[in-house]
Ligand binder design. Structure first.
Ligand code: 6PG
Length: 237
């Protein structure tokens, strides 16, 4: 486990776009996040002109809605990134949330098993966002999904934040097995959550604090507003 690297940048989405394109261009397994923050990073990643044809895309979580629903994380990533790539990725494994949280989670876990075998999947890059309640993926404060040790994906029936539709999420064992985890966090409304999540104390009230890759790197990419209440000194770019 290595300490987190904290970057406070004028242009955090450019940093994330480059990291996505680099790993995808190297034929890596990349897990995308949902929410509104990453959209611009996805658009910019697509515009970088990398060759994603060897990449495999996954999702850290999704809402239990059809892929063309406005709340679908896959739908957002499709429009902002996947459909803009000159060549399609080798594979795009979306979470079939429309099958419901339990069936959708089991199907996704099966897809992970087909790709990675029986050991815990080792994704090359997992991109995560941070909610104002310090959740990440669909791991909400004090939810039972936080204690899951065996399953790789689980259904979440009662998300702690809007949209209040059931979710499917990767679990902490998968997030913490990744080679690289990157959080993209922007905006004043995330400053309090960032302080709670990234102060170095693991706390089920702030689920993002439980993300700590065992043999991988953790990079926190902030704009100035989101970083304004961090306790730790931050690094220049
Ligand atoms: C989701 C997410 C979630 C998201 C945060 C931040 O499906 O809702 O994957 O974990 O990253 O809620 O979302 P915003 O970028 O919209 O603030």
């Amino acid at each position: 486990m290595t300490p987190a690297r904290t970057l406070v940048l004028e242009d955090p989405t450019a940093e994330v776009a480059e990291r996505l394109a680099r790993t995808a261009g190297g034929g890596g397994h990349v897990a995308l996040t949902g929410g509104s923050t990453p959209r611009v990073a996805y658009e910019r990643a697509a515009a970088l002109g990398a060759d994603w044809s060897g990449a495999t895309l996954w999702f850290g979580d999704d809402r239990c809605v059809p892929p063309d629903n406005e709340h679908s994380n896959y739908g957002m990533a499709k429009g902002a990134l996947i459909d803009r790539l000159p060549e399609p990725p080798a594979a795009v494994h979306r979470i079939e949330g429309e099958r419901g949280p339990d069936v959708g989670a089991r199907a996704y876990e099966e897809t992970l098993r087909e790709a990675f075998g029986d050991g815990v999947p080792r994704l090359d890059l997992v991109l995560l966002g941070l909610g104002p309640d310090a959740h990440c993926a669909s791991l909400f404060p004090r939810d039972e999904a936080l204690t899951e040790q065996d399953r790789w994906a689980v259904g979440v029936n009662t998300p702690g934040m809007a949209p209040f539709v059931a979710r499917v999420t990767l679990t902490l064992p998968v997030l913490n097995a990744a080679r690289e985890v990157v959080f993209l966090v922007t905006g004043e409304d995330k400053a309090g959550a960032a302080r709670r999540a990234f102060s170095g104390v693991a706390d089920a009230d702030a689920p993002a604090s439980l993300v700590s890759p065992e043999e991988g790197s953790l990079t926190l990419v902030f704009d100035r507003s989101a970083a304004s209440r961090l306790r730790e000194p931050t690094e220049a770019p």
